[in-house]
Ligand binder design. Structure first.
Ligand code: MN
Length: 296
């Protein structure tokens, strides 16, 4: 599998690692998220190399390595051990269901990191349908791994989850409803602009309005649109006190019109572009993956 049809770089030379993680074990509504990693990578073939917001071609400067697809938790550790992911490299995991987030952070993060958790659901259950590692539990595991969470976009929760949000000081919470108020939105962006240290970004595709991303297992009315997520990325990557350790894009189900997978593919491109610029790759030599192909 390839990103934008570009040749895969060696692990040593890679700046960006993309990990396709087709994990689907605990679906509660519509299934199909295991086919998302391949569908998203296929959709990247339709994305221009030039990135029109920051006005550069990230892949002229960055090298990408799409890792072999995995679908089991046991493979996470061996895969991550096979790559050196230091502060100048970024790991982006394509799920699969949301249960993969704590599996990745367990290997990747030091305790006391901050996870930005964008989701329509709070995902704070300690178990769901007798499954401790259900897709309804990742935020619970992140807290228990010792991380802080900035949670935004939530518009569906169970009463006990609401109580946890209210009393747990390690959760900074912005409901989707509250974010309709411009002052609260400003406060959310200010929170992102003032974060420090190791950060992980987890994007559940159901955080978006179902009109933007129809392909999700558990859709909810309301939600972010494209320009809201691009503003979030812009704010986050303008903050030079953070060290982004990893990103995941989860819970998408490919749809027949390629709307959802194209949205995810373009989101992936924006993340790569913003991260690359924040790390000054635009000033580094043009030795990226795009330099190995002849077509524009
Ligand atoms: Mn989720």
């Amino acid at each position: 599998m390839q990103y934008q049809l570009l040749p895969n770089s060696t692990k040593d030379a890679a700046d960006i690692f993309i990990l396709p993680f087709a994990y689907e074990q605990t679906v509660s509504a519509k299934g199909g998220t295991k086919s998302a990693p391949a569908a998203i990578l296929d959709a990247t073939a339709q994305i221009e190399y030039f990135e029109e917001d920051l006005l550069w071609s990230p892949m002229k400067h960055l090298s990408v390595c799409v890792l072999p697809m995995i679908d089991r938790y046991e493979e996470v550790m061996t895969t991550l051990k096979s790559c050196t992911i230091d502060n100048n490299k970024l790991l982006i995991t394509l799920g699969g269901e949301h249960s993969i987030t704590p599996m990745i952070t367990k290997q990747l993060l030091h305790t006391n990191s901050t996870v930005i958790f964008l989701d329509a659901h709070a995902d704070l259950r300690s178990s769901y349908k007798a499954d401790k590692y259900s897709h309804a539990t990742p935020a619970y595991h992140l807290l228990h791994q010792g991380h802080k969470i900035v949670m935004a976009g939530v518009r569906s929760m169970f009463e006990a989850e609401y109580q946890t949000i209210k009393k747990n000081n390690n959760i900074t919470f912005f409901s989707d409803r509250a974010l309709q108020n411009p002052k609260t939105k400003e406060e959310f962006l200010k929170t992102l602009a003032t974060l420090q240290g190791d950060i992980y970004l987890s994007i559940d595709m159901d955080v978006f309005n179902p009109a933007c991303v129809p392909g999700v297992g558990t859709p909810q009315p309301g939600g972010f649109d494209w320009y809201e997520i691009t503003a979030i990325l812009q704010t986050l990557f303008s903050n030079n006190k953070i060290n982004l350790r990893g990103v995941d894009i989860v819970e998408m189900i490919p749809d027949d019109f390629s709307i959802s997978q194209t949205f995810a593919a373009k989101l992936l491109q924006k993340i790569i572009s913003h991260w690359g610029k924040s790390k000054n790759f635009d000033n580094k030599e043009m030795a990226g993956s795009q330099m190995l192909v002849e077509y524009e």
